[in-house]
Write a protein that binds this ligand. Structure first.
Ligand code: BG6
Length: 515
């Protein structure tokens, strides 16, 4: 919360509560984007900036500075932004929004390691301060390979660009992966901490920007009927799935050597686990929520026999949407003997009173049957079923499913009598909540929410370095185990993962949900 809003809240709590429902508009500021040629910048960051401008949430004088080793003038970069907006923005293209945004677009051509380029950048942001009223408030968005973070941070420091001033803020936005293991994450956090104060560091886990993910906490803690069941007395297991139907596309350079566990489990899936399993926070103040998330992540333990409780795979050739697709090892830029996994599944246990004995299964993969992310809380069977065996043979466990995407909503699965049968027959039915039916407005993209929060200086949706390090503490032993135990299994593109993933859950007497 900005000091201004905090004062306001103290003076008039009721007005503050009402203000929360009004759109929050960023004050005078600008953003410097490093890595303008990358996929993420073009598909997510630039369109989100336009969408915010289109919704009237950016200051009219907003400045956007691209920085790259390209021989471009301001207009060339503006054209890149324009094309990306045209192709990927969520909201309609409006000439007047674009014109206003384009007036604040600048480009600095330079090498990330060249001190002179940062002097040029300094001149450009000063010019924006003078001509567009950006007020010295600048966010530096590092959408670059993590190996380049240190050099950019160092130059931001020595050039004075990162220097906080009493009347203006400087913030840094870091895209994952935050390191590739615990030691490198700690080192990265140390380097960032030397340049920016902890309140000025915004680590993006875009899953936290999704409305459906934020709803996990609202649903758990704003209602009475779920929380009573949310524990080991009633829950049999929890399955957290992030499945994608796409392959690695043009991202070989990023993905190979990283793999599914580092790319998705370390961040998105552990965040979903934390939100599903954490205790009620004292309040929704950022530190209270993060403290509970950290507490539950500290309670996460791996099973002793990792070979039996984890699985990894690589997609082989197959079919996707009726089209034949290449296997991972045939993708452009991938070495034919790469060991990088494109599918990863893992059982973890949460060793606290609430969850003792309830396995949490995490899985993610590319080129699976369809794109779906969900958190399924699977309940125990009723202790006694007073029916004929044949009456309940089609009944499975009750389940509560948060459908994170793409079909956003919630499903409750339970048994119901089949009508019109002479003997009792019980079968699974579902009750569905769909966002689209209850709420008229379409949800903003995660990046819109997160970029706006950076510009407002609102930290709750950004993981602290402790959470990032806890994620690596959990994952490192699995990665080490895999590194010393052969190669990933192959799985058919368009299917649901390697055999070993079915075996690992079958060993516990359970099956994966078919989303
Ligand atoms: C990113 C991963 O964090 O999330 C990508 O690096 C993945 O590999 C992407 O494709 C998926 O995001 P979403 O929002 O489409 O589920």
């Amino acid at each position: 919360m900005s000091p201004h809003r905090a004062d306001d809240a103290a003076r008039n709590p009721l007005r503050h509560r009402l203000d929360q429902r009004l759109p929050r508009v960023a004050g005078p500021c600008g953003m410097v984007l490093f890595g303008v040629t990358g996929d993420l910048s073009r598909k997510k960051v630039m369109p989100a900036i336009y969408d915010l401008a289109n919704r009237g949430l950016l200051p009219p004088g907003f400045g956007l500075v691209g920085f790259a080793r390209r021989d471009w003038a301001d207009q060339d970069f503006a054209q890149i932004v324009h094309d990306s907006v045209r192709e990927h923005a969520r909201t309609p293209f409006r000439e007047e929004t674009w014109k206003q945004l384009a007036e604040g677009i600048r480009f600095v051509a330079g090498d990330l390691g060249d001190p002179e380029a940062y002097q040029t950048l300094k001149g450009v942001v000063q010019e924006l301060d003078e001509n567009r009223g950006t007020g010295g408030n600048h966010a530096f968005y590092l959408s670059i390979p993590p190996g380049l973070f240190p050099v950019v941070l160092e130059h931001l420091r020595t050039s004075g660009l990162a220097e906080d001033r009493p009347e203006a803020w400087r913030r840094v936005v870091i895209e994952k992966p935050f390191g590739h293991d615990l030691a490198s994450a700690q080192e990265l956090n140390r380097i960032v901490g030397e340049v920016f104060s902890s309140g000025s560091v915004f680590r993006i886990d875009h899953y936290l920007g999704k409305e459906t993910v934020q709803n996990l906490l609202a649903l758990r803690f704003a209602n009475t009927m779920f929380e009573a069941l949310w524990n080991s007395h009633f829950v049999d297991n929890v399955q957290i799935t992030m499945a994608e139907d796409i392959g690695i596309g043009g991202r070989a350079g990023y993905y190979d050597g990283i793999g599914a566990a580092r790319d998705v489990i370390q961040n998105h899936l552990l965040q979903l686990l934390a939100l599903t399993a954490m205790e009620e926070p004292l309040s929704f103040a950022p530190d209270d929520v993060r403290a509970e998330k950290e507490k539950v992540l500290r309670a996460v333990h791996l099973p002793r026999e990792l070979g039996k409780h984890s699985s990894r795979g690589q997609y082989a050739t197959g079919w996707q949407g009726g089209i034949p697709v290449k296997g991972y090892l045939e993708e452009e830029g991938i070495s034919p003997d790469s060991n990088t996994e494109t599918y990863a599944a893992l059982r973890v246990d949460v060793d606290n009173r609430r969850w003792a004995g309830v396995p949490f299964y995490l899985r993610t993969g590319k080129r699976l049957g369809r794109r779906v992310t969900e958190v399924a809380v699977v309940f125990k069977r009723a202790p006694h079923l007073p029916f004929e065996k044949t009456a309940v043979q089609e009944l499975s466990n009750n389940a509560f499913v948060f459908r994170i995407q793409p079909d956003e909503g919630i499903t409750v699965r339970f048994g119901s009598k089949v009508p019109n049968t002479s003997s009792v027959q019980v079968r699974d039915v579902t009750m569905d909540f769909q966002y689209g039916e209850s709420f008229v407005d379409s949800s903003p993209e995660a990046y819109e929410r997160l970029i706006l929060d950076v510009l407002l200086g609102d930290p709750p949706l950004f993981p602290r370095h402790e959470e990032v390090e806890l994620g690596w503490e959990i994952l490192d032993p699995v990665l080490d185990f895999w590194a010393s135990h052969g190669k990933p299994d192959q799985y058919v593109s368009g299917g649901w993962g390697p055999h070993s993933s079915y075996d690992m859950i079958a060993r516990d007497g359970r099956t994966w949900r078919r989303p």
